[in-house]
Design a protein around this ligand. Structure first.
Ligand code: PMT
Length: 229
């Protein structure tokens, strides 16, 4: 048997949802279980990659055989991702990052005072955008292969291609999270993979583990093509 297909590759995967604290006992989060990101990280490990998994809040048990960095907020995930970029060859951003966080984080548990409460939110950095911008400034030989996700509920292809171009990804995995058997928390997923030239492959409903294997087949083929150029 020859070397495994991702032998020698340093793969960074983000998984799970971020937690945006309101006060010491309350936070804003989302329904990401981490299953999709974990499946991608495990498949990469099995293909011989050296894997770093950066994960937020998750329901599933964390995989073994890789370096795991636990974070809570989008700001922490941003720092963890950006500081690992120089040691990364491929990045897969399956995490569901909160776009906004509370502007003020209360030091003490908030008290009930009025009938209505307005929470002021402020924008979080877009980590994938920062990765794409960082990558654009690297020499060709040092460039990462960037795989983003796009969770959409309508006009999936249009939004996915827009995210691919804006965030400077090599591939984008579009997830119609409104479809049954796809998206947050489920055992299965349904995705369409896009590159700059358009649809690469539609992956019909299958387990997240099987989706992860197909994603790596597609990514490996494209990385090999880039290396041959
Ligand atoms: O964890 P599971 O329960 O298995 O569910 C899997 C999943 C539905 C979470 C996953 O398949 C998925 O779609 N992940 C991306 C969710 C998401 O945040 O999508 P988005 O369209 O909002 O963001 C687009 C891309 O930008 C994503 O790669 C995201 O990680 C990234 N992003 C978004 C906002 C932000 N502030 N920083 C980012 O890096």
């Amino acid at each position: 048997v020859g070397p495994k297909p991702l032998q020698g590759k340093r793969v960074l995967v983000t998984a799970g949802g971020t937690i945006e604290r309101i006060d010491p006992v309350r936070y804003i989060t989302n329904d990401s279980s981490g299953k999709m990101g974990f499946a991608i990280a495990e498949a990469a490990r099995n293909r011989g990659a050296e894997v770093t998994l950066i994960c937020g809040r998750t329901d599933a048990a964390a995989p073994n055989g890789m370096r795991i960095v636990r974070v809570d907020s989008a700001l922490q995930m941003y720092d963890a991702v950006m500081s690992n970029l120089p040691n990364t060859d491929v990045i897969v951003k399956a995490a569901a990052v909160a776009d906004y966080r509370p502007l003020h984080q209360e030091e003490h548990k908030m008290k009930k005072t009025s009938e209505a409460l307005t929470l002021e939110l402020t924008r979080n950095p877009d980590i994938l955008q920062a990765v794409g911008d960082w990558n654009a400034d690297q020499l060709d030989a040092d460039k990462l292969f960037v795989i983003g996700f796009a969770a959409e509920t309508m006009d999936v292809e249009k939004h996915a291609l827009d995210k691919l171009n804006r965030k400077k990804c090599d591939l984008i995995v579009a997830n119609n999270v409104a479809a049954a058997g796809a998206g947050f928390g489920t055992e299965t997923n349904i995705v369409s993979v896009y590159a700059s030239e358009g649809l690469v492959e539609h992956i019909p409903q299958m387990t997240k583990k099987a989706v992860a294997e197909r994603l790596w087949d597609i990514a490996q083929a494209r990385m090999n093509r880039l290396n041959d150029q």
